[in-house]
Design a protein around this ligand. Structure first.
Ligand code: FPP
Length: 249
């Protein structure tokens, strides 16, 4: 465990409004590796340490939900060697972190089209979900084979099936009904979205759920992202004026 920057953690705690749900687009692994003349998978490997940092940092700050974009549906189009390396890392993460996550009372959920995973990856994913099912301190959502448009289409199809089966009326379809069919149904929408590596894009991540999130973009590449950076993002968030379309007087 690296040093906890108690000063900034103390400051954000004193200011009260810790975001309940933080979503993160973990970007820049490839550039981190390239800058060191390393193969791209070495950047993903280094990015695992940053995952550990934000989980530990989130737990210490009292964040309730952390949703991380680990592998998008579009990432299936990367070279097979990189896909294999990422899937291998996922298995590695599960093998290495299950004990620590369980003892820290972290409950892990995988969100996405998991049918596309290899049978062994699917088994590993189910194992981690079951092993951490009792965790109550932090919900860690790992988005794998995830795309927001596909998630919304899936929700619409499920609602349409209910209408077609006579289980609900068209008039009962509203925002709440759709949100209940998304992978994220159990949790409040993210308050804060962090994207690393300086890119200002959503990249098909949580398009519905981020409607009122505050965005924070940092030039830091994901493998270099530490809990200190997480706390800086929270500090920045605490200075925002969240109006949700209303006016403040
Ligand atoms: C984006 O960087 C990152 C990814 C596609 C993968 C994220 C994966 C990890 C952080 C490690 C695995 C995590 C878990 C939980 C198992 P990029 O490759 O697009 O970087 P670039 O834009 O610099 O090329």
């Amino acid at each position: 465990m690296s040093t906890v920057p108690t000063d900034i953690l103390g400051t954000i705690r004193a200011h009260g409004a810790i975001p309940r749900h933080i979503a993160i687009i973990m970007d820049g692994n490839g550039r981190w590796a390239q800058a060191r003349d390393l193969p791209r998978p070495a950047g993903h490997q280094a990015g695992m340490a940053a995952v550990r940092e934000v989980v530990e940092g989130g737990l210490a700050a009292g964040v309730e939900v952390l949703t991380l974009f680990a592998f998008s549906q579009e990432n299936w189009r990367r070279p097979q060697a990189e896909i294999d390396a990422l899937m291998h890392l996922l298995g590695d993460y599960i093998a290495r972190e299950t004990a620590e996550l369980t003892s820290n009372s972290v409950q892990v959920h995988f969100l996405g089209d998991l049918d596309r995973l290899s049978p062994s990856a699917r088994t590993a994913v189910q194992f981690l979900e079951e092993a951490t099912a009792e965790g109550g301190a932090l919900n860690l959502n790992l988005c794998v084979s995830y795309g927001a448009r596909a998630e919304i289409v899936r929700a619409a199809q499920r609602l349409a099936a209910e209408v077609a089966g006579g289980k609900r009326t068209i008039e009962s379809l509203d925002e709440k009904a759709l949100a209940r069919e998304l992978y994220t149904a159990p949790w409040p929408d993210p308050d804060l979205l962090i994207r690393t590596s300086g890119e200002y894009r959503l990249s098909n991540f949580l398009l519905w759920q981020l409607a009122y999130a505050e965005f924070y973009v940092t030039p830091v590449l994901w493998p270099d992202f530490s809990r200190h950076h997480l706390y800086e993002a929270i500090r920045d968030y605490q200075q925002r004026d969240r109006r949700f379309g209303r006016v403040t007087v």
